[in-house]
Structures are given as C-alpha cells and as structure tokens.
Design a protein around this ligand. Structure first.
Ligand code: ADP
Ligand code: MG
Length: 271
C-alpha cells in the first residue's frame, strides 16, 4: 500500500461570529476531522449543505487556515511551511469549483484561462511551449485544442467544467479538490464528467478529494467516502461498505433522500 498523499489530522475550524453586543461567539464549521487519501485514489466527502465541506476544502487548498489540526500533503505539513515554500507547493494541489459559469472569467479566452495556473511554476513556459501545454490539457479533458481561441460563453455547462478541469490539471498537480464539481450539471452531463475524472485518475494517477452534498454520485466515483455532519466526520470507509452497510442514521437518511445515479439509470431504462 502506498503512503497517503493527503493526511488530515484533527482538523478544526472555528469562525468568529460578530453578534450585536454580548459575548463573542464562534461557530465550529469543521470539528476534529481526520482522514487520509491514498495516492491515485478518489475520496468523497459527503454531507448536507452547511456541514463544513467547503471549509474543509478551502483549508486543504491552503486558502484558509485551521484553528487546530494539520494537513499533510506528501508528508509536508502545509501550515508549517514558510510562505515561499507554500507558494512553491501550490502547483501540487488545484481546485475545481461548482459553478461552471462563475468560475471562468467571461472576458478571457479559454487558452488564457487554462494557462492561468502556469504562473505557479518556477519556470513558467511561454510562447509555443505554453500553447502546447494548453492544447494537451484541453485534449486531455476531451476538448479540441482549438477551444483555446474561444470564450467561455461559447461552451455548454459540461464543457465549461471540462475547461475548469483542464485548468486544474495544467500544473500536473498531485491532488485535485473538486468542490461540488458536478452538482450544477444535468444528470447525464454529471455522469460524463464523473467518467472523465475516473479516466484522469486511471491515466495520470491523479488523487481526488471529491466533495458533494449528493451521496447519489459517490458510488460512481469514489474509492472511499467520509460522511460529514455538523462539522464532524461521522462515518468513513470503502464506498461499498458505507453505502451498503451505513452505520449512522444520518448516512441512511442521506441515502434515502438521494437515489444513486445507477438507480436513476435503471429507472430510466425501465421507463
Ligand atoms: P458546506 O460546504 O458543507 O455547505 P461550509 O463549509 O460552506 O459548508 O459552511 C459550514 C458552516 O460554516 C456553515 O454554518 C456556514 O454558515 C459557516 N461558514 C462558512 N464560511 C464562513 C465564514 N467565512 N464566516 C462565518 N461562518 C462561515
Ligand atoms: Mg460547500
């Protein structure tokens, strides 16, 4: 077994709440979460809206700092790194967001959007080398290299999410954090993007922290799943184990509320 690429230990994030007068209060958005993700695997974090998933994602991306606990990437404690060392590591972890419309600058060409993270490289390629990297990233996600010359509005939601994935991949990251990356898409398009993520994992050994409120997509994509409730990881394990034998009432409730894509597929075939 390989060493975990990502190791989150006892992670807690409190937000200070500014109430009107009175004692300062705080909200514990993430509460003592520990999990590990093996290199080349997909770990899904699932839970209701507001349970702390995006807070966890932002901390793993070092866009926010924990109140307590550690995040290790490839053994390095992200929050113990000096700012310059952290800046150099940023190429190793990239993020894909939910909104395939809002996350792409409408005034920038697709080529410029996809190339944007290249500034994180010590030796950022220019000219033809840069164009070649953009072309390869686009083809990698099933878009033609010629898409580089177009603008986001010329693409469908699913294609825009492919563009966002190409942008995330261009620095050849070790870890991709996908926060509700398919949640805004139609079901059939969701399935296509999930297949793309799986194929990227298989072809490049990508490691993915896949965050979703929809437990229905988890068995399509993840090797392991962690279930979050009110900031806490209440259950975690191999996907089949957790989905087939949920230990928590909360997990059973999520499962009852969200038929899986596979179930929906069977229903569609019967209809
Ligand atoms: P999820 O992504 O699972 O919907 P979030 O991580 O966005 O959950 O939010 C978890 C909790 O933390 C929520 O109660 C939310 O209102 C609160 N929260 C998130 N960001 C902030 C912030 N910057 N300041 C204060 N509270 C926040
Ligand atoms: Mg969220």
């Amino acid at each position: 077994m390989t060493a975990p690429l990502l190791a989150i230990e006892n992670l807690t994030r409190d937000y200070a709440l500014r109430g009107a007068g009175g004692a300062p209060r705080s909200l514990r958005a993430v509460d003592d979460v520990s999990l590990t993700v093996e290199a080349g695997s997909i770990f899904a974090v699932v839970g209701e809206s507001g349970c702390g998933k995006s807070t966890l994602a932002r901390i793993v991306m070092a866009l926010d700092r924990p109140t307590a606990g550690t995040v290790r990437l490839g053994g390095d404690d992200l929050f113990a790194l000096k700012p310059r060392a952290l800046a150099r590591r940023r190429r190793d972890f990239q993020m894909v967001f939910q909104d395939p419309y809002g996350s792409l600058n409408p005034r920038h060409s697709v080529g410029r959007i996809v190339a944007e993270p290249l500034h994180l490289l010590d030796d950022a390629p220019r000219g033809g080398a840069r164009e070649a990297l953009v072309a390869r990233a686009l083809e990698d996600v099933g878009l033609p290299a010629s898409a580089a010359g177009s603008y986001p509005h010329e693409f469908s939601g699913g294609q825009r999410q492919r563009i966002a994935i190409a942008r995330a991949l261009i620095t050849n990251p070790k870890l991709v954090v996908a926060d509700e990356a398919v949640s805004a898409l139609d079901l059939s398009i969701q399935a296509q993007i999930l297949r793309l993520i799986l194929s990227l994992r298989d072809r490049h050994g990508l490691t993915v922290l896949f965050i979703t409120h929809n437990i229905g997509v988890v068995d399509e994509i993840a090797d392991r799943v962690g279930v979050m409730q009110a900031g806490r990881l209440v259950e975690a394990g191999p996907v089949r184990e957790v989905l087939d034998h949920p230990q928590q009432e909360y997990t059973r409730r999520l499962l009852a509320a969200e038929p899986t894509l596979a179930v929906l597929g069977r229903r569609r075939k019967r209809a």
